[in-house]
Design a protein around this ligand. Structure first.
Ligand SMILES: [Zn+2]
Length: 424
């Protein structure tokens, strides 16, 4: 091993998949760039003498110790990005996990159970449209047939992308064997908001050098859902139709957007209308129909439901219709694991998140799972403006090292029931 620790790895990863014009990243699943990232990961694991395996979705698992004898403590995240994404979302967790292996060894820690590092493939769903595809495939949350048939913007299926990457798509599918090796999973991730950068009461600006607010412990993933709303109107000439004679579907949309904002503000949620389809879609035609998609999330299920009920009620009054396209209740991280993290990092704030993660997919599958969030002073994510101070990245590694040291040198009666089953 020539180099260890966070900084050299971070520097080596920086140019891979970066767009010269915007500085943003284009790291999409099963592309040449993805191949380079996977090779980089494999090289770092080989340098550390970690045994690299792949599961049936192509997620990469690197092990220190034999997880088939005793399930291990796994850290990691993903290396792919959204279009023009930031450097930190995903890679921060993977690089911190490898740096944690270095730190454990430098400290002379002898793990009593294996330690693993995972690189989940296709977390952002930027190419095939399904987020957390790698973890969804191995847990069975995304069926193999559906995954193989997903298409990218060029009409290339995931199966074809697998073949182009030299893989057999028939091998893709659920992988209980890979999951059985995971005793507990801790995903470190850049914060995708400003809760840590602001004062505890939410006022700005916070003290950005405050070490106690550099890393938070994730408690849960907010409940979230998507609704499709159909708003009726009547097509007519934009020049000759008197205002009082119009049925303009776009005015209905304006109401929906305003109502989403005001209910969300009142009830402490977030609500977004980020995609609309307008018919007939002519500059000189009064809109005859608008289809709008509402995304709503928040810390409390009841508040999210109430926000959505308010918006859908407004749609009813406009003579519209609506349909729930998806709903995911609160994903709570393992209480025993969270309390162990809290014991190890007593100063760390507790934080829920409105973003989805592979950690959520594993938690839903019954694996004891938790997250750590590293302060992001801009609060911006999925953009080149996404950031974490180098000092905070190092604090993240230190926090992860403390957590994993505790987890890999103690026994775990207090983790999820699935864990006890494995111990039995
Ligand atoms: Zn991420």
């Amino acid at each position: 091993m020539t180099t260890t620790g966070f900084d050299p790895m971070w520097a080596a990863l920086a140019p891979i998949g970066r767009d010269g014009a915007t500085g943003g990243y284009r790291r999409f699943a099963w592309t040449r760039t993805d191949h380079d990232l996977r090779e980089w990961f494999a090289g770092e694991c080989a340098d550390r003498g970690l045994a690299l395996t792949e599961d049936r979705a192509g997620n990469q698992w690197a092990w220190w110790g034999n997880p088939d004898t005793t399930p291990g403590i796994v850290m990691g995240s993903h290396l792919d990005s959204v279009p023009d994404g930031g450097a930190f979302d995903g890679p921060l967790g993977v690089v911190s996990a490898l740096a944690t292996v270095d730190a454990l060894r430098a400290a002379g820690v002898t793990p009593s159970r294996p330690v693993g590092v995972v690189n989940f493939v296709d977390e952002e769903g930027a190419r095939f449209g399904i987020a957390c595809a790698g973890s969804r495939i191995i847990t069975g949350a995304l069926s193999a047939d559906r995954a193989r048939g997903l298409t990218d913007a060029d009409g290339i299926t995931m199966a074809e992308a697998w073949r182009a990457a030299g893989r057999d798509p028939l091998g893709l599918g659920p992988d209980e064997e890979a999951l059985r090796r995971v005793h507990a999973f801790v995903e470190l991730h850049v914060e995708q908001g400003r809760a840590l950068a602001l004062e505890p009461d939410g006022s700005a600006p916070g003290d950005r050098s405050d070490a106690t607010r550099a890393v938070a412990i994730g408690t849960d993933i907010w409940p979230h859902g998507r609704w499709r709303i159909e708003i009726p109107g009547e097509a007519n000439h934009a020049g000759t139709t008197r205002l009082e004679d119009r049925r303009d579907a776009m005015l209905g949309l304006a109401t929906i957007v305003q109502q989403a904002r005001s209910y969300a503000a009142e009830l402490g949620c977030v609500a977004t209308v980020g995609k609309v389809r307008v018919e007939p879609g002519g500059v000189n035609a009064i809109p005859s129909h608008v289809t709008a998609w509402l995304d709503a999330r928040g810390p409390a299920e009841r508040a999210v439901r109430a926000t959505v009920a308010g918006v859908l009620g407004a749609a009813d009054e406009l003579g519209g219709t609506h349909e729930e396209e998806s709903w995911t209740p609160t994903t709570r991280f393992d209480a025993g694991l969270v309390s162990r993290l809290t014991g190890t990092l007593p100063d760390a704030p507790l934080l829920g998140t409105g973003a989805g993660h592979d950690a959520g997919i594993l938690a839903t599958h019954g694996i004891p799972t938790a997250m750590l969030f590293v302060r992001n002073p801009t609060g911006v994510s999925h953009s080149p403006a996404e950031f974490a101070e180098p000092e905070d990245c190092h604090r993240g590694v230190a926090a992860l090292t403390a957590v994993v040291t505790e987890l890999c040198t103690s026994d775990h009666r207090d983790l999820g029931t699935r864990t006890e089953d494995l111990d039995a």
